[in-house]
Ligand binder design. Structure first.
Ligand SMILES: Nc1nc2c(c(=O)[nH]1)N[C@H]1C(S)=C(S)[C@@H](COP(=O)(O)O)O[C@H]1N2
Ligand SMILES: [Mo]
Length: 298
């Protein structure tokens, strides 16, 4: 198995032990099925944070800007029923109920590094399916070059949206090739359980080689568009947050270094750790950005 020593913790919970056994089985199954190397590698080398850590230290500004606000207030969000508007350059646009849109998707567990732009990180075992499956289901038309996402905006259920910290609703976007990449997940759960509300129930994006804010929560709209769509943090501060937001230790945030990260939940082993290019997914995604100046397209 060979865990990275810098991820080893003294507070391994029974749940984490159970996970480790499942990881061994998952990667063995992946090898037998000739599965893609990327997730199998990640699962072999990463030890996930505990469920408690993952669900009590969150960013979800619709419920407040404190790291503990989402755990306190996200229960107010009604996530059943849930529907997602799919529009723009697609063959089958419409309002899809969550169950209809996710029906037939190959759900699996993916253990990914997660790196927030605030220079902290976790390892999270997501359940979900590749976004490319959903895009195939709705039929992407040839003129589409980007995918735009939008979070629910519900003032009566989201106590944080009365503060204009960012413009609501929260929006994000990916280039179509980034959206089609097999590492890009529509996550529907954590640790094999349905997505906790503070983590973006019932369905949120996960793009492991980008800073956390690209992974938009509680999605209600997916639009296939021709032009680069607006994104919340770029609208809030274009100098600090670009469209791409790839994890890059060589390009600092204007106000702080991105070279290292603080591992959440490390206990007495909580050393800072070097941030990896593309958050460690360089082999899988670097080709998407060939020829681009990443200090300019940050
Ligand atoms: N709708 C919405 N999505 C969001 C955010 C948010 O405030 N609102 N915060 C982002 C940021 S900055 C991070 S770091 C991650 C945090 O995800 P987690 O709480 O599941 O770890 O969610 C991202 N998605
Ligand atoms: Mo973040």
């Amino acid at each position: 198995m060979g865990y990275k020593p810098d991820l080893t913790r003294d507070d391994v919970t029974p749940k984490a032990l159970y996970m480790n056994r499942r990881q061994i089985m998952a990667s063995a199954a992946g090898l037998m099925a000739g599965g893609i190397a990327a997730p199998a590698l990640a699962q072999n080398e990463l030890e996930p944070n505990t469920f408690e850590e993952i669900t009590n230290y969150n960013n979800y500004y619709e419920f407040g800007t404190g790291k503990e606000d989402p755990a306190k207030f996200a229960h107010m969000l009604t996530t059943d029923p849930w529907s997602i508007e799919v529009d723009g350059l697609v063959d089958r646009p419409g309002t899809y109920f969550y169950a209809d849109l996710t029906e037939g998707m190959t759900t699996e567990e993916r253990i990914y590094r997660f790196r927030c732009v605030e220079a902290w990180s976790m390892v999270i075992p997501w359940n979900g399916f590749e976004l490319n499956q959903l895009l195939e289901k709705v039929g992407v038309q040839s003129g589409a070059k980007y995918v735009a996402f939008e979070t629910a905006y519900r003032p009566e259920e989201m106590p944080g949206v009365k503060f204009p910290v960012v413009e609501w609703p929260y929006v994000e976007g990916l280039r179509l090739d980034e959206a089609m990449h097999p590492l890009t997940l529509m996550a529907t759960g954590i640790y094999g359980e349905p997505m906790p509300k503070q983590n973006g129930a019932p369905i949120r994006l996960v793009v492991p080689w980008k800073y956390g804010f690209k992974s938009i929560k509680s999605i209600v709209r997916i639009s296939l568009v021709e032009d680069e769509p607006p994104t919340t943090w770029n609208k809030a501060n274009a100098r600090e947050y670009g469209f791409y937001s790839n994890v890059n230790p060589n390009v600092d945030h204007p106000r702080w270094s991105q070279a290292t990260e603080r591992v959440i939940g490390g206990g007495i082993f909580a050393a800072r750790k070097d941030t990896l290019m593309f958050n460690g997914y360089e082999d899988q995604v670097a080709s998407l950005y060939a020829g681009m100046d990443l200090s300019e397209k940050f």
